[in-house]
Design a protein. Sequence first.
Lengths: 374, 613
Amino acid sequence: MKITIERGQLLKVLTHVQSVVERRNTIPILSNVKFEAPDGQLSLNATDMDIEIVETVDADVAAPGSTTAPAHTMFDIVRKLPEGAQIELDCTGDDGQLTLTSGRSRFSLTCLPTEDFPVMADGDMPHSFSVSAGDLRTLIDRTRFAISTEETRYYLNGIYLHESERDGVAVLRAVATDGHRLASVELPLPDGAAGMPGVIVPRKTVAELRKLIDETESETGVQVALSDTKIRFTFDGAVLSSKLIDGTFPDYDRVIPAGNDKSMVVDCRTFADAVDRVSAISSEKSRAVKLAVSKGNLVLSANSPENDSATEELPIGYESSDIEIGFNSRYLLDITQQIDGESATFMMADAASPTLVQDPEDTSALYVLMPMRV
Amino acid sequence: MTIRILGPNLINQIAAGEVVERPASAVKELVENSIDADARRIDIVVTDGGRVALSVADDGHGMDAGDLALAVQRHATSKLPGDDLENIHTLGFRGEALPSIGSVARLTVTSRTADADSAWKINVEGGAVSGPEPAAHPPGTRVEVRDLFYATPARLKFLKAPQTERNHVVDAVRRLAMAHPGIAFSLSEGERQILKLPPAQGDLLSARLDRLDAIMGNDFGANALPIEAAREGIKLTGHIGLPTLNRGNAQMQFLFVNGRPVRDKLLQGAVRAAYRDFLAHDRHPLLALFLEIPPQAVDVNSHPAKTEVRFRDPGLVRGLIVGALKHALAEAGHRASTTVGSAALGAMRPADMPRTGFLPRQPAGSGVPPSMAGNTALAGNTALAETAHGFHRPLDQADHGSHVTTPSAPEAAYQADDDGHYPLGAARAQLHETYIVAQTDEGIVIVDQHAAHERLVYEDMKKALAGGGIQRQALLIPEVVELDEAAAERILARTQELTELGLAVEAFGTGAVVVRETPALLGEIDAAGLIRDLADDLAEYDTTLSLESRLADVCSTMACHGSVRAGRRLNAPEMNALLRQMEATPHSGQCNHGRPTYVELRLADIERLFGRR
Ligand SMILES: Nc1ncnc2c1ncn2[C@@H]1O[C@H](COP(=O)(O)OP(=O)(O)O)[C@@H](O)[C@H]1O
Ligand SMILES: [Mg+2]
């Protein structure tokens, strides 16, 4: 294989593929990225055995062929080359090395045989549909913060993507929870998605996916194909395939409160800023803030273990009987950040039961938050 | 099916399976017999780790021919005169050891009583007795065991390498020797003397400390705290090491019940609980504890090898140990082990220092040739010497340090009020923005400012937590944890206590509990794992250790981040404030990871450094 490519082009694809490659690998070839150059194109492929990414760019191919080389090293080199540089990759020599030449720089990297590079068997993907990159971004961003990091509950370590319905309308819904809070957002069910199985997309896949979305126009369609065990996202020039989490997502519907009748409407930004300020009193990781809610008035307060305290009052819309309830301030901030509209509605029952938070303007997303007992 | 009564030799072999497991257990039984016979010295010799031969000789009261014949018979003992199993004051009482050993090995017992003028000897080989016959031997008894397990090849196969067997023998002898400091012990293998312990003199406590020091090494004697406590007729004595004297395993932790070395999980748990705040969980203190319990309150008969005991009230014993240890550690307060100090001293003493470097009787600061300034060990030494020199001269006259850099010398404005009357002294300098050097009445103290401050913050935080209660995060999806019934009951019996620690649990059918709230401090946790750990803790140690220590862990991580980092320059009032806080805070001698927060060098040590002593 012998090709020439512009630095920026190569850097962009390397950035994506190298982030799939784990830093520490017991299987040497998994540290490598596979280069394949048929005619006029270069495709890069990297995998950690759970996720695979293949990206294709135009390149000037002098001699078609393929090889594999260390992903992080390649990335590091290309990143440090000057902008606009032309890079030549050549592995036509018989010393088993890949030579990278650019201007006066020359690197020789040890290759491993392409045949040893693991191929992720795609298998049959019976369900496929298209969503716009913008919609996909919404599904991810509104839920991602609630993904669990606790590995023993592996089935919560991802976003649960599934078909559902609301008020008789079929929807595609994404849900994530860490057991303390839950986030749910939905879109009208895309054509072709009907009958799809509910799948749990792992956190790392979500992160890689999000990077690809960032470089895609909102309106551009992303092709999603899936089976019970795998999912594949096809972008313009990039394909991300991933195994799914093999587990059962809990029956989350039951924890979404339906009968909470104490409704508080706050100005979202004012509220978030006040929470942020009040919680500054405590250096603890779990900063509790107490909400004392009465007609038209909210008093936020917090204490530190050293007995420092803070309070702030703000006007709210509230007509029910008084209630005091505590929350983890970070959770409150996470949720208010997801709300684009001006106000947020808190539907509460009591100090021990889940509270429902929504943007009154946009009911496609909802958040459930468990109180803290203070 | 035909039932038959087993022959006596078979019975002995079966008993041997329980009493004599390996050479070390034979040694243990024989040494116990010698102790019971009031021996003043006991000499043990093993060959090939005891696999080929072992012998125990004592100068105890011995046996006459008639006793000898009886001694090798099953259930023959002189130690249960009143037929009262509840009142055992000797180590032996089952009358099983000699016949058991005789049934599986070649046994020779030679003995002479003090008033007899000749000795007798009896032989047992695979259960067959020959003798007694006259023999030559000084007063006392000598028991020889050859070819252990030759008669039971199946057991022979389970013996480990000589090295391993020897280690077990050493361990057994050590334990018995600790419990009987007045008796001289020796243990050798061939030419090699493995242990030689002279009889320790003085009252029991000081004799014991000598013996412990001889066995544990590591300067245990100088770094041990005495323990003395009693509760409801149970007496606890012994010595425990300062936390800064620690090691990677718990092998140097010994428990004795009525003079009998025992192994009991209770000890481990109690020690862990008492030292929790001072040591990382993979470090272990050195200690030996002696319980005296009325024979009625403990059952030593639960296992033939008598290394396990059963306390009537384990909670009481555990409470007594934890309480006494915590108390002693709290008393020791900010005392760090001198081992640390002398280790530091050793490190500072330049190893390959030319002899001419130190001219005896020269003033400390000038004894160092400038040519040596490149040597870092020496540079440290010199800086210290400067400080040490300050003892003899007021600070403002200490102008002799011009050829050495003394970073961050205290501002002239700072006058050491009450100079040296505080245990940790008056701050004199900060070195490398990391260490505070202070002058005390008796020497100097070097404080690791980060470690010290971290400890202070941690102690504060713990107090605050304990005062304000622990906040609980309610779970959206309560977690059901399947346990066995007994474990679930143990957890549920403690719900009140667990709630105070931030964990709300409820019953969920039989054999399961449901977790509704977890300590907010811990963030997202594996609640099921925590509950299982707790159930184990409760079974083993009767406390909620796992949870408390996780909370303490978080506190200390946070303490670590909220502390004065190494590398921050402190002015004199700041340094002194830190020293005063350390004095006022219990346990400030170690940081949360068990490392010392300061070391102390006595004036005498410093003088020794300079050859003045
Ligand atoms: N070293 C010894 N010196 C004096 N008497 C001994 C010695 N070893 C054993 N004996 C006598 O032999 C008896 C049997 O010993 P042993 O089989 O170990 O049973 P136990 O120690 O349980 O009584 C002892 O009770 C004691 O009277
Ligand atoms: Mg005995």
